[in-house]
Structures are given as structure tokens and as C-alpha cells.
Design a protein around this ligand. Sequence first.
Ligand SMILES: NC(=O)c1ccc[n+]([C@@H]2O[C@H](COP(=O)([O-])OP(=O)(O)OC[C@H]3O[C@@H](n4cnc5c(N)ncnc54)[C@H](OP(=O)(O)O)[C@@H]3O)[C@@H](O)[C@H]2O)c1
Length: 243
Amino acid sequence: MRSLRGKVVVVTGASRGIGEGIVRLFAENGTRICLIARNKKRLTAVAKELGIPSKEYLVVAADITRRHMVKKIVNAAVRKFGQIDIFVNNAGVGIHKPITETAEKEFDTIFNTNLKAVYYSFLELIPLFRRQGEGQIINISSLAGRMGVANLAAYSSSKAALNVFSEAVALEVRNENIKISVLAPASTDTGLMSNLSRRSKSPSRAAKKLTVAEVAEAVIFLAKQNTNAWTSMTDIRPLLVRK
Ligand SMILES: NC(=O)c1ccc[n+]([C@@H]2O[C@H](COP(=O)([O-])OP(=O)(O)OC[C@H]3O[C@@H](n4cnc5c(N)ncnc54)[C@H](OP(=O)(O)O)[C@@H]3O)[C@@H](O)[C@H]2O)c1
């Protein structure tokens, strides 16, 4: 497996949950890191709590649903570190509601965050990676994107679209040393999860979650995989029931 030491990594949704866990493991692997979310104070707190030296990290407060902000993220990372090796599209949102109660604005926010922001990142990253001669994108999807899930219609369809979109673009660029992977976790123990399952009546649900660290370890595996090997789509599920 390749070493991550000195690589430049960008993680969106780095202020909490899975993104914070991903940042932690990349930092432990000696990467330089750009932390992205809307809440700048929280991003800075994460970097400080993890003890990342200030010259090794960059915080960019940005709303990834705005195209010019995604451009700003990429430009800022390249300005500070000279390149981007790995970009993790982790930020995502979901709402647990029947479709008739889902407002159009909520529907749009879910698709704009979970799908369109990834498209914006591709528009910036693919030309950059072509100039660099290589680069990797890891998109965090969801098992909910593998099937329709009741009361998660907007969320699960946005993630299903993300899977197919990622695979299509990955096939466009695979002969240019550009790797695009999708990781689809099952329910994970974060604030998003409690939001998505708030209305769930199933008593067993809480016992069947992945931890943030388990999902982050899978991201590190994808990042460390040899340059020649491309894992296109990976599901990660809990094996043991936690009480
Ligand atoms: N938790 C689960 O059960 C689960 C399962 C499968 C897949 N996933 C996926 O894993 C990813 C992370 O989920 P999570 O559970 O860690 O969620 P979370 O705890 O709710 O965190 C979401 C992160 O995304 C950021 N974010 C949201 N909208 C943004 C925007 N417009 N611009 C920039 N940043 C934005 C948030 O920061 P700010 O609010 O500060 O912007 C936050 O850092 C998502 O893609 C989610 O769909 C989660």
C-alpha cells in the first residue's frame, strides 16, 4: 500500500461526524489537510483538537452548494500546498420525512449538497488532476443509495444518483491516472443518523450502527491502495450488533 505521508487531502463536511473522523485518520497518517464546512469556528476547533501543526492544515469555510465556493476551496488548497492529491466529498444532508411532507426547498438542498456539489468538484478537480498527472476523489455515498428507503426518498435517490454519476465519470477518466471511488456506509453513529432515524419506530436500529472510526478506516484503505488498483464502489456494513 502507498504511504500517505505529505499527501495533500481535502475533506468536505470536516466539522463533525464522519468527516471529522476522516480528518483524524489522515492527520495520523501524516498528510497535509484542508478542512471544509460552513462553520469555520468548528473547523478550526477540530484541527486544534487533533493537534495538527498550523502549517499542515488549512480551514476553508464554504457552502459547497455554491459553485464559486467549490472553486475557492480548490484554489485555496493549491495556493497553500501546491497540489491536491485526494479530495473526499463527504459533506451530505438528509431529511427523514414522507415525500408529501418534503418541501421543494428541502428536496433541492439534498440534491444540491449530495449530488450537484460533487459535480462542481469534478469541474475543478479533473482539469487540475490532468495537469498534475494524477489525483483521487473519494465520494461518501450511503447504503440508502442502493435501494429505495421509505421516508428517505430524496436522500436515497440523491445517493443513488451520486453512485451512477461517480461511476460514469470514473470510467471517463480512468485512463488518465485519475481514480474516483465511492464508499457507501450503512447507518453510522453521527448527528445526521439521529436526524434521519428520529421518526424510526424500529427498536433494533440504534444497535446496528457503524462507528465513525470504522467508516474513516475504509476511506484510508481507499486512499492507501496502490496507484494501479481502483476500488470503484464499496459498501460498508456493521457485522456485530452493538447493545
Ligand atoms: N451518518 C450516517 O448514518 C451515514 C450513513 C451513510 C452515509 N452517510 C454519509 O456520510 C456523510 C457524512 O455524514 P455525517 O453523518 O457525518 O453527517 P453530519 O454529522 O450531519 O455532518 C455533515 C457535515 O457536512 C457539512 N455540510 C453540510 N452541508 C454543507 C454545505 N452546504 N457546505 C459545506 N458543508 C456542509 C456539515 O458542516 P456545516 O454544517 O458546518 O456546514 C458537517 O460537517 C454524508 O454524505 C452522509 O450522507 C452518513
